[in-house]
Design a protein around this ligand. Sequence first.
Ligand SMILES: CC(C)(COP(=O)(O)OP(=O)(O)OC[C@H]1O[C@@H](n2cnc3c(N)ncnc32)[C@H](O)[C@@H]1OP(=O)(O)O)[C@@H](O)C(=O)NCCC(=O)NCCS
Length: 178
Amino acid sequence: MTILTPRLQLRPLVAADLDDLVELYADREVMRGSSGVATPRDRAASEGWLTQTLAVPMTGGWATFRVDDRSTGTFLGRCGLRRDDSSTDTELAYAFARHAWGRGIATEAATAVVRHGFAAGLTRVVACALAENAASLRVLEKVGMRRVREEPTEVGVLVYHEMVAIRHSGRRTVQLDQ
Ligand SMILES: CC(C)(COP(=O)(O)OP(=O)(O)OC[C@H]1O[C@@H](n2cnc3c(N)ncnc32)[C@H](O)[C@@H]1OP(=O)(O)O)[C@@H](O)C(=O)NCCC(=O)NCCS
C-alpha cells in the first residue's frame, strides 16, 4: 500500500526503517514537539517504539507510514493513523525531520493519510497537540480538523481535535471544513 501525493511517497513502516527513525528521534526539537519533553530518544527506545508500532495490524485504515520525498527518495518523517491506547479512537500522529519543516510537508502527508483512513471505512479521526506546538496546531487546522477540548497535563495543555466522515446518498465523504 503506497500513497502518492504531489511531492511525497508514503508507505507503511518496516523494521528496516529503524535507522531513519533513530535519526529522527535523536533530535531534541522533534522530541519536544512529539512528547513535550526535549530529550532525544535513544536507539533502544526508538526500536521499542517501532516494534510496538509494527505489532499493530495495518488494516481498516490504521497504518503508520514512512514519508519520503518523491523526487529524491529522502526520508522526511512518519505519519499515520493508530489506535489510541486509552480508547477506541483512531489518532492521527506525525513527526518530521527538521530539514523538512516549513514547506507544507506535514499538511500534505496528514491530509493524504486522513483521506486514506476515511476511504478505508473509518468514520472519526482524532488528534492532539500541545498548546505550545503552534506549527502542529496549524497543521491540524489546515488538514480540516476541529478543536474539541483542552486538557492540562504534566507536559502542558493538550488540545484535542476531531474530524468525522459524513455520508451523503450512500457515499462516504470527508468533512473538510469546520
Ligand atoms: C509540527 C510539524 C509536524 C510541522 O511540520 P511542517 O511540515 O513544518 O508543517 P507545515 O509546513 O505543513 O505547516 C506548518 C504551519 O505552521 C505554521 N507555523 C510554524 N511554526 C509556527 C509558529 N511558531 N507559530 C505559528 N505558526 C507556525 C507554518 O507557518 C505553517 O502554517 P501556514 O502554512 O499557514 O504558513 C513539524 O514541525 C514536526 O514534525 N515537529 C516535531 C514533531 C511534532 O511536533 N509532531 C506533532 C506532535 S502533535
